[in-house]
Design a protein around this ligand. Structure first.
Ligand SMILES: C[S@@+](CC[C@H](N)C(=O)[O-])C[C@H]1O[C@@H](n2cnc3c(N)ncnc32)[C@H](O)[C@@H]1O
Length: 273
């Protein structure tokens, strides 16, 4: 059955094994390409903010400004609010919103940001049109997404190859595009953005601590998250196959010579006057 164009199921869900990764994220490790453009007074919209650690960092970087974090999942916003409160921030608020149809007037924000969101939405070009609409003239639209097919690791492992193949099939069945990174610039141009700077950056996991953390969260996600449920319910994998993929992750994590790189594409777009 085909899905209406703009609806997609968020593949990962917000299981603890997923949030282990999201809550590790900072403006420095996930939005460095944007930071040089921020000014203390700016008004920022952070779309698909999840648990809000990047949102809170952005709020600290605009002490005379304001950040609004939005997400389509109401539950995760409670955690985002708690993060902001724990950090003593009074220039941030949160609301439920779908990026395809934002409930904000035209020309509202100096910066509209989305990290690891467009890969999960049903119509990323419409999402970028909305992001552009709510950005002030000369303001910035900033987007960063990973590209699963471009992720690479050592040593080679059939189980890890199966993980990548399975993840990409499940994400596409949910209406998303797991290889979003390479498409960001094209989507931006199709959305009518003309001033587009495209860059890329990586996360690397190599030390014993990094390998234990990265392999552990993927091994657990493969058995217990929404992605695991959708993999079996959608007929993409059996529970035995998921256990084998999970064990492949743990094996990789135990390898002293293990190395993993996550490629991300970034676009920093300036809205025309
Ligand atoms: C991979 S998480 C990224 C969270 C955060 N930006 C970060 O990098 O830590 C993607 C988030 O986008 C949200 N999301 C998915 N589709 C959305 C949509 N159509 N509109 C708004 N948020 C959406 C999900 O609920 C989830 O919290």
């Amino acid at each position: 059955m085909s899905r209406p164009q703009e609806t997609a199921i968020y593949t990962h869900g917000h299981h603890e094994s997923v949030l282990r990764s999201h809550t590790w994220r900072t403006a420095a490790n996930s939005a460095a390409y944007l930071l040089g453009s921020l000014k203390p007074h700016m008004k920022i919209l952070d779309i698909g903010c999840g648990p809000g650690t990047i949102t809170a960092d952005l709020a600290e970087l605009v002490p005379q400004g304001h950040v609004t974090g939005v997400d389509q999942a109401p539950g995760i916003l409670e955690q985002a609010r708690a993060t902001a409160t724990q950090r003593g921030l009074d220039n941030v608020d949160f609301a439920v919103a779908d990026v395809h149809a934002l409930d904000f007037p035209d020309d509202t924000f100096c910066v509209v940001h989305a990290h690891q969101v467009l890969q999960h939405v049903g119509d990323p070009v419409q999402a970028l049109r909305e992001m552009r609409r709510v950005t002030k003239p000369t303001g910035f639209i900033a987007v960063r997404d990973s590209d699963y097919a471009a992720m690479t690791w050592y040593p080679a492992s059939r189980g890890m190859d199966e993980w990548l193949d399975l993840y990409r099939r499940v994400a596409r069945a949910n209406g998303g595009e797991p290889d979003a990174g390479r498409r960001l610039k094209s989507w931006a141009l199709r959305a009518g953005l003309t001033d587009v700077t495209a860059t890329s950056s990586t996360w690397t996991f190599s030390t014993p601590e990094e390998r234990a953390w990265w392999s552990g969260l993927w091994a657990d996600r493969t058995l217990a998250s929404a992605y695991a449920e959708r993999a079996t319910e959608g007929g993409h994998a059996t529970p035995e196959q998921l256990r084998a993929v999970s064990e492949a992750w743990r094996e990789w994590g135990r390898r002293e010579d293990g190395w993993f790189s996550v490629l991300h594409a970034e676009i920093l777009c300036r809205k025309d006057v």
